[in-house]
Design a protein. Sequence first.
Length: 338
Amino acid sequence: STESSSGTSGQVLSVPGYPPFELGKSRFDQSVFSGRLRHFFNVIDPRTLLVNDSGLQRSVQLLEAFKTGAVPPGTTTRDLWEAQKVKDAILHPDTGKKIYRPFRMSGFVPYGTPIVVGLLLPHSRLWHTVFWQWLNQSHNAAVNYANRNASKETPVSRFLTGYVGAVSAAVSIAVGLTVVIRKANTLPPATKMLIQKFVPLPAVSTASTLNVLLMRNSELSEGIEVFDENRQVVGTSKVAAKRALFDTAKTRAILPVPLLLIPPLVMTFLEKRSFLRQFPRLHLPVHALVVTAAFGGALPVAIALFPQVSAIAPKDLEPELQATVAAGCKELYYNKGL
């Protein structure tokens, strides 16, 4: 069977499991959590990191051809959805510029896992704790900046302020808790070691939330663009910016919980088994596998809590924007960012 492409004479072949292609839309239902979860498992697919410039160019050209109804013969719905997946994974939706691999959402797990392993390893010296917290917040800051809502230009100084604030918070909390635990002379050494495994959780969760709020605070004063279903910009809204920022902050607060809670629990269980006692050299690779599995599962769940392209009713916007909205328009949209 075939479908018309973009309402023109070009034809696209249907493939089971791939719905009719809609440019700029998700392959999955974004109004429900299960659809967003499947969508974001697609978004974080690390295979898109292997796509080179020519592969990206082919994907962009295919999508442009779909717009004009001039798709090559034999083009399928799968081809189009995969092309959009590649484009969305590599190019920023607002700027159209390439995002560096370590800072893409598809690179968050592969590049972030070694950092999380480092955070969760037992540290004998405080500078080890400082180093891993700094590295983690530096990576988070870069990911936040790369995947921000970029419909409005923001001075770099604002992002530097957010970065310094987030790193300071993470290091202060982690070092403070570590010192308190070490000075707790009434606790047995084994209990101290167990508690120490969970120190990164409050530090990272608090700092990650602060990271987003500080680095993107300019959106609250300047607003972000809202647009209609045809992607036509209606105006700039501070109300939409507030929703976007706080929804993203909630995501960043929730993400570290399973990521930094599950591995210590699993590793504490495994360390009591004879397998790791017989082969202590396998401790680090097993730890890395557990972290990778927790990271890969927690990330799409956390970012699926809220749609990336979120809807807002015109009546909830500023009065001056409401006056510009076309009659009969029930919803407008904005890029929440990731």
